[in-house]
Design a protein around this ligand. Structure first.
Ligand code: KDG
Length: 295
């Protein structure tokens, strides 16, 4: 059975091959890009049965994303192909950020009825993120419903806050993301992210805001990450790397952490596993690890 099921929109991602600005670049990659499927791919790469679910357009980009995730070892058998709406797209402009073309995408049409049909039998961890709450009200309803179902089924709910400023501003997102975090068993957030959303200063302050979350992980970029659980506070420093691209590092961290959790590793080992996986991603321009850096 599936050990981890990640759910959330994956788009087709266009990125300049060389790291040139979009207006100048000549060669591009076309890869699957989505925070939650990145996590699934990391967990699969670390030797676990990981699945991903969303809606994809029944178009060439959708089938390409599906095939690319399958090639990364992710079980994509639950995916719904939506003939009425397109696969979302996003374009990376190195040094400038990203541009989304995802309004009205297939994933924005994830519905509460979809949530009722997702197979959860045997799943140990459901991993979701705040992005799903931001893409449409229908998808927000989906997210709420799938969290309820997972909780009822005794599946551990892992939630990455993943505030995407391009989708909703802090004022709109703050309460919605806090309410979702409080329904999860395990929450990942960034120190900066928490500061801009909730005005917290430092990891301890985030913990003070979310005392009831059983396992809270506050990441502080190149400094390290702190886990709060069972009345303990555990800090592990990040690894020192020459950063090429930070996109996807949070997903890699979550993937490493969750794989270690599946293995029954201690909290400090989970944090170290997260940092190891993040470090590999920081060395590449893609959302995921270029296995060449491993050789
Ligand atoms: O974490 C990486 C993601 O930001 C990227 O894959 C795109 O899912 C994405 C999003 O909504 O930003």
């Amino acid at each position: 059975p599936t050990e981890l099921l990640a759910i959330g929109e994956t788009m087709a991602m266009v990125a300049p091959q060389t790291g040139d600005r979009l207006i100048d670049a000549q060669q591009f990659r076309l890869d699957a890009g989505g925070a939650e499927s990145n996590v699934a791919a990391h967990v699969a790469a670390l030797g676990h049965r990981a699945a991903w679910f969303s809606r994809l357009g029944d178009d060439a980009l959708g089938h390409r994303v599906h095939a690319q995730l399958a090639a990364r070892g992710v079980d994509v058998s639950r995916v719904l192909f939506d003939p009425a709406h397109p696969t979302g797209l996003y374009v990376k402009d190195p040094g400038q950020g990203v541009q989304y073309y995802r309004a009205g995408s297939a994933a924005a049409h994830l519905s509460a009825a979809d949530a009722d049909r997702v197979e959860l039998t045997g799943v140990r961890i459901l991993h979701v993120s705040g992005i799903t709450a931001a893409i449409s009200s229908e998808a927000a309803g989906f997210l709420s419903r799938i969290i309820d179902r997972a909780r009822d089924a005794g599946v551990l709910v892992s939630f990455d806050v993943n505030h995407r400023v391009a989708l909703w501003d802090c004022a709109t997102a703050a309460d919605a993301l806090a309410a979702l975090a409080r329904r999860a068993d395990l929450v990942f957030t960034g120190r900066d992210e928490a500061e801009s959303l909730w005005g917290t200063e430092g990891a301890g302050d985030v913990r003070a805001l979310f005392t009831d979350i059983p396992e809270l992980v506050v990441k502080d970029g190149a400094v390290g990450a702190t886990a709060y659980l069972n009345g303990r506070e555990i800090f592990e420093p990040a690894l020192v790397v020459d950063v090429v691209d930070v996109v996807g590092a949070g997903d890699a961290f979550a993937g490493g952490y969750l794989a270690a959790l599946l293995e029954g590793a201690s909290p400090d080992e989970r944090l170290r596993a997260g940092h190891r996986r993040a470090a590999l991603t920081l060395l590449t321009t893609g959302d995921s690890i270029d296995e060449r850096v491993l050789s």
